[in-house]
Design a protein around this ligand. Structure first.
Ligand code: BGC
Length: 248
């Protein structure tokens, strides 16, 4: 069985059909750069172009990730995409534009769901906190393999008064040209706080930089184990596709 996953990010809109038995992409990923003015209409047009690229049956569901919370299909606010998304009923907009069953989901929640179904959180009981380190910090809280959506822990205010993602995202590491150990010190502040508040049994770290996890994860001192995500840049696509198939 297949479903289509689309990942909307600050720099690119990427998608592919997903083989739901294996969690692997069933065709090569197709990517279009996110338009400069990433308004709902402009993004919806590109999502449609990505979906149509695969020429698949119109009954196949589509899961779309967003870098924002999605509350019952609506974007309440958004940090890293055009402000005009605020209040948009994104699920309705996209299902009408695509003319297919369409589900919208927060990007980190999609990645977390993919880790539960196919990756590093598969079969894990207890509390797992999946975080994605990228432009922002995304979070997916999973309890006994059930996703608790829209946790938004990247916006937690740290004891030093700074917001977690403004202090320690992967984008901040690049912008400030931080070395691995300086960045790990910032991550330590963030993850210590997550640990104090949630006491997870396991941390999983995704996002592009998790490819280099051996450079910074061993520097962190936490009670719970902290491991890299198993799915790399396909996690959002795979999780959104699977969630669409499981939900719609
Ligand atoms: C957004 C989250 C998103 C994360 C990663 C944050 O700024 O508020 O919804 O999951 O960035 O993209």
């Amino acid at each position: 069985m297949h479903a289509i996953g689309i990942d909307i990010g600050g720099s690119g809109i990427k998608g592919a059909p997903v083989d739901l038995n294996t969690g692997e992409l069933a065709a090569e990923r197709f990517r279009i750069p996110t338009p400069e003015a990433s308004t709902p209409q402009a993004v919806a047009d590109i999502v449609a172009e990505v979906v149509e690229h695969f020429d698949l049956d119109s009954t196949i569901p589509v899961g779309v990730t967003f870098p924002a919370p999605i509350i019952h299909g609506v974007v309440p606010w958004i940090a890293n995409l055009d402000d005009s998304w605020e209040g948009v009923a994104v699920e309705q907009l996209l299902s009408e534009r695509l003319n297919r069953p369409t589900l919208a989901v927060n990007d980190a929640d999609a990645a977390g769901y993919a880790e539960v179904e196919y990756g590093a959180a598969k079969g894990c009981t207890g509390t797992v906190l999946v975080t994605t380190l990228g432009t922002g910090i995304g979070s997916a809280l999973i309890i006994n393999e059930q996703l608790v959506p829209n946790t938004e822990l990247g916006h937690l205010i740290l004891p030093n008064g700074k917001e977690a993602e403004a202090y320690a995202s992967s984008a901040v590491r690049s912008k400030k040209d931080l070395g691995w150990s300086s960045w790990a010190k910032r991550l330590q502040v963030v993850y210590s706080q997550y640990e104090r508040l949630l006491n997870p049994d396991l941390f999983i770290v995704g996002g592009g930089v998790s490819r280099k996890s051996e450079k910074f994860l061993p520097l962190l001192d936490l009670t719970a184990p902290i491991r890299p995500a198993a799915l790399r840049n396909t996690a959002g696509i795979v999780g959104a596709a699977r969630l669409a198939a499981d939900t719609l």
